[in-house]
Design a protein around this ligand. Structure first.
Ligand code: GLN
Length: 485
């Protein structure tokens, strides 16, 4: 029998509107599921039970009153702890913000609250979103629901694991270089990174401002479309947020991809990718061809410089963004001294973890006089070339298809070399550098571990990647499988 927590967002929405179930029941089912498996998975930094039930009651009242409803009214969701929630702890996975309660909501939260969602809690993440395994959380590791000894990916590992384990019907995360798509891939969940500027970053704690985007996790493309719809669109509080109108993402999901042109980037078959991941991506591409898509290879010649350019640009921006954590206005503050400089130094010494310090040092170095031209400026030039590669590719193709991550979920503690960890994002980083959209979808299994499949679309072409993702899901069953917890 299907448990309430296993319903799809669509099924749950129908039952809510027909008043066959209440949002309180649905929420309680998820809180029970959290009580049952969270001890093993550890996806949440905070479970907001009381708030969730309050919001569920409010949603039930809206439904009873016959108010206009959003498709997300009464739906229990989880939020990555990088998104500011008014008066509710928002730690960013860091000691620095362990006791931080934002005085305002992110725009995304305001929209979700207006839609009437139920927030179950805040999810664990790599500190300041820096990492690919959630092991850089200052608090604890999150475990992959498909194998508890393995990492869920990162940095939005808590959100991906919560959805995979049935602890939330959907979730939000942020993607700067792959942090939605890679954990999505490792946890068998759809993870979508919207086009840069599609979703407001107001109230998203900044890592690298020219790359960061908030996006959804869901068990199917249809629900990712609903979750994106709820947050997308212009925001006067974020100058980089596009004024472009938001299409109706659900209306084009008809399962038909006949004649769609799908490019397969030749440079995305890199050494070090696990053979099962390669085989699965190749098989999935053939599957799309069988569904009527026109599939052809395409070259993105500057791909190989993507990771190197990203690890200059992202740390450079991070070093500037994280300068604000000085222990003066908010966040952790070292108090045991009368000396101002010592207080700042110790605040940063104790408040930040090793990976964050590594990024700050890298970024400060890359931006310093004498090195700026050699590193930062050069990386920005590479970024332009990568963007041009995609521009050319999208003149000919609607969507590009590739593996999402070079490996399946790895063991916790297995990757100790930072550089090896950075390579987790070799397929996801170029999309952030170019500002285009991408989605990782359940695409297969290797010895019981999920394999992700990535679809990339041009800027503001979310409709197209969702259309292909949906057609793929309708004709495969990977996304319907549940981990044995
Ligand atoms: N893993 C990449 C990093 O560590 C990307 C993280 C992200 O997308 N936030 O920077």
């Amino acid at each position: 029998m299907t448990e309430l927590y296993q319903l799809t967002i669509h099924e749950a929405g129908e039952l809510l509107r027909q008043r066959k179930i209440s949002s309180v029941e649905l929420t309680q089912a998820h809180l029970e599921r959290i009580r049952a498996v969270e001890e093993k998975v550890k996806a949440f930094t905070l479970v907001t039970d009381d708030l969730a039930l309050e919001q569920a009651h409010a949603a039930d009242r809206r439904i009873a009153n016959g108010d206009t409803l959003s498709p997300l009214t009464g739906i229990p969701l989880a939020i990555k702890d990088v998104i500011c929630t008014k008066d509710i702890p928002t730690t960013c996975g860091s000691r620095m913000l362990e006791n931080f309660r934002p005085p305002y909501n992110a725009t995304v939260m305001e929209r979700l609250n207006a839609a009437g969602i139920v927030m179950l809690g805040k999810t664990n993440m790599d500190e300041f979103s820096m990492g690919s395994s959630t092991e850089h959380s200052a608090f604890f590791n999150t475990h992959n629901p498909w194998d508890l000894e393995r990492a869920p990916g990162g940095s939005s590992g808590g959100s991906a694991a919560a959805v995979a384990a049935g602890m939330a019907m959907g979730a939000y995360g942020s993607d700067t270089g792959g942090s939605i798509r890679q954990p999505g891939a490792l946890c068998n969940v759809v993870g979508l990174k919207p086009t840069y500027g599609r979703v407001s970053r107001f109230g998203l704690i900044a890592f690298a401002s020219s790359l960061d985007q908030i996006g959804p996790f869901a068990r199917d493309a249809r629900y990712a479309a609903l979750l994106l719809q709820a947050i997308a669109g212009p925001d006067p509080r974020d100058a980089t947020c596009s004024p472009q109108a938001v299409p109706n993402y659900s209306s084009t999901l008809d399962g038909n991809i006949k004649g769609m042109r799908i490019g397969v980037p030749e440079e995305y078959w890199v050494e070090g990718t696990q053979p099962d991941v390669v085989a699965s991506a190749r098989a999935n591409i053939e599957h799309l061809r069988a569904l009527g898509a026109e599939v052809e290879p395409v070259s993105l010649p500057h791909t190989r410089y993507g990771v190197a350019a990203y690890y200059i640009i992202a740390p450079a921006e991070a070093s500037a963004n994280l300068a604000r954590y000085d222990g003066v206005k908010y966040g952790y503050s070292y108090q045991d001294t009368d000396d101002m400089w010592e207080a700042m130094e110790k605040t940063r010494q104790y408040g930040f973890g090793a990976e964050v310090k590594r990024r700050i040092m890298l970024g400060t170095y890359a931006l310093s006089a004498g090195y700026y031209d050699a590193y930062y400026k050069r990386a920005e030039k590479i970024r332009s070339l990568i963007r041009q590669d995609f521009e050319q590719a999208f003149e000919k193709f609607d969507v590009l298809a590739s593996p999402a991550s070079p490996t399946v979920a790895f063991k916790l503690g297995e990757i100790s070399d930072p550089y090896q960890m950075y390579l987790q994002d070799v397929f996801t980083i170029p999309a952030n550098l170019a500002g285009i959209c991408g989605v990782s979808i359940p695409g297969g299994f290797s010895n019981g571990l999920p394999i992700g499949f990535q679809l990339l679309g041009n800027a503001f072409a979310e409709e197209k990647i969702l259309r292909v993702a949906h057609a793929f899901a309708q004709t495969t069953d990977y996304h319907t499988r549940w981990p044995n917890l």
